[in-house]
Design a protein around this ligand. Structure first.
Ligand SMILES: [Mg+2]
Length: 478
């Protein structure tokens, strides 16, 4: 059957497949907690993180009180951006790590300014002065960095860009550790956590199919318990408590080290959170720390029968795929809106594509005519060239408003998460390389049968678009 037909008839965006994944072969499914099992109201959560960071910058790092007036805007940053701590810029890269959009403070940098600062447009992400926005938990950090750089540019006495970035990392980390963020979430949990009954239905369905479920989270036991009590317990039908649903709940796991290093598991007493050393193989229960190698070996599992689902492209997926060989699924919550926006802009996208199809052959034709002039040292094609240039100009005049119209639907500063112009974004490239499948939320996967065979689609290569670039001779003949 034609796969595109299935997609067209299905009302849901479903699960997107990079690499074939047969759920019948998967015996154990692991879940990250924050932004995977637990859905947040991300705008509210990041607004809280923004407020806490500002308070701590003033209290702990002696920043001027005027920073407290900086307003939060969830749209200021998106996932996949790169922060240049040294130069104070925020960048969006293409799949080849080339800079495609750049902001210094809250001002867009034009191509010339970018070229002046960066000798090569290609960024070496192994350079420690770059930070990446790998999770929605970094949106407030990236946005605030842009605002503080802007303030410094406007003459407010603030430290160097690099120190601003370090201070932000420090206050965000401290806000998470000292309870400034989590205590507020705990008190007003319904403002921050989205209950998802569909997700719990799906989890129990997978258990009925004999799948073993486990959690690996970097959050501590106390916070994990509060969130899972709130979001999972009320919807359970076949189980009394989330600790029965998940055979193993591994807290404070320190991912990505969990996937790459050998660490000991500590057994957590669920009553009071106290911990004891574990001197035997792990058995169902609640743990702290540990590592993927011991987990896989103690349970006598083959790495490829484990599927792990997370939202942190680096912490959950990239290291795991490189070091561990478990299968991977990524939650990209931005897709829920982006897929809708792609649908709503389909008409204008088609108009842009059709104008581009008219424009590209004209450009080839102009280049061929100019070449002929140069090679024959004549001006015989001059008139024709002028005519063609004016045709291209007319097409550009039609294209510009259409492109602007399309862009305005997506993030006003950065556009789509998965693309830069017509290229794939660096984030999309990582998703494609490291996530076997991806979806906007966990319930999209759990709605599918636990027997699903996810097949990857045929991916077009550059030469598949051959019709766009006709041979020069052919175009010259008109
Ligand atoms: Mg997470």
């Amino acid at each position: 059957m034609n796969l595109s037909l299935i997609q067209k008839e299905s009302p849901k965006p479903m699960v997107f497949v990079n690499r074939t994944l047969n759920l019948k072969k998967i015996s154990s499914i692991g879940f990250d907690m924050d932004h995977t099992l637990i859905r947040y109201n991300s705008a509210n959560f990041e607004n809280l993180a923004h407020t806490v960071m500002l308070q701590k910058l003033v209290e702990v790092k002696d920043y001027p009180k005027s920073v407290l007036e900086l307003k939060f805007d969830f749209e200021r940053a998106i996932r996949g951006l790169v922060i240049d701590r040294k130069l104070g810029n925020v960048l969006k890269l293409s799949r080849h790590s080339a800079i495609r959009t750049a902001y210094h403070g809250t001002n867009a940098m034009d191509f010339r300014a970018q070229r002046k600062l960066y000798k090569s447009t290609y960024i070496d992400l192994s350079d420690p002065s770059y930070d990446t926005v790998d999770t929605t938990f970094s949106i407030a950090y990236a946005g605030l960095f842009m605002q503080l750089v802007e303030m410094k540019q406007n003459g407010i006495a603030l430290p160097d860009f690099q120190i601003i970035a370090e201070d932000l990392n420090y206050v965000l980390d401290r806000g998470h550790r000292d309870g400034s963020i989590k205590n507020v979430v705990e008190k007003k949990i319904s403002e921050f956590v989205i209950k998802d009954e569909e997700c719990v239905r799906g989890l129990e369905k997978y258990v009925r199919h004999g799948k073993k479920l486990f959690v690996v989270t970097n959050s501590d036991y106390h916070y994990t318990r509060i969130l899972l009590d709130y979001a999972i317990n009320p919807f359970l039908k076949d189980h009394k408590h989330w600790s029965e649903l998940f055979e193993f709940t591994i807290t404070a796991a320190q991912k990505p080290s969990f996937f790459t290093e050998k660490r000991r598991f500590l057994k957590v007493n669920p009553e009071d959170g106290t911990m004891t050393n574990l001197n035997s193989k792990i058995s169902p229960g609640i743990y702290q720390g540990g590592c993927a190698t011991t987990f896989t070996n103690d349970l006598d599992l083959s790495p490829d029968e484990i599927l792990y689902i997370g939202d942190h492209i680096y912490g959950d997926i990239v290291r795991l795929k490189k070091d561990c060989a478990w299968r991977t699924a990524l939650v990209v919550e931005e897709l829920e809106q982006e897929v809708e926006k792609l649908k709503s802009t389909r008409e204008v996208t088609d108009q842009i594509d059709s104008l581009m199809e008219q424009k590209i052959p004209l450009e080839y034709e102009i280049d061929a005519l100019i070449s002929e002039n140069i090679e024959t040292d004549s001006k015989k094609n001059e008139k024709k060239i002028e005519e063609l240039i004016s045709k291209v100009k007319k097409i550009d005049e039609q294209l510009s408003p259409l492109i602007r119209e399309r862009q305005s639907v997506f993030n006003p500063l950065w556009g789509e998460v998965m693309r830069v112009g017509i290229e794939e974004s660096y984030f999309a490239h990582q998703v494609e390389r490291f996530a076997c499948v991806y979806m906007s939320k966990l319930s999209e996967l759990l709605n599918m049968s636990p027997r699903t065979y996810f097949r990857s689609m045929k991916r077009p290569l550059a030469h598949d678009f051959q019709k766009i670039a006709p041979a020069a001779d052919e175009s010259l003949s008109h």
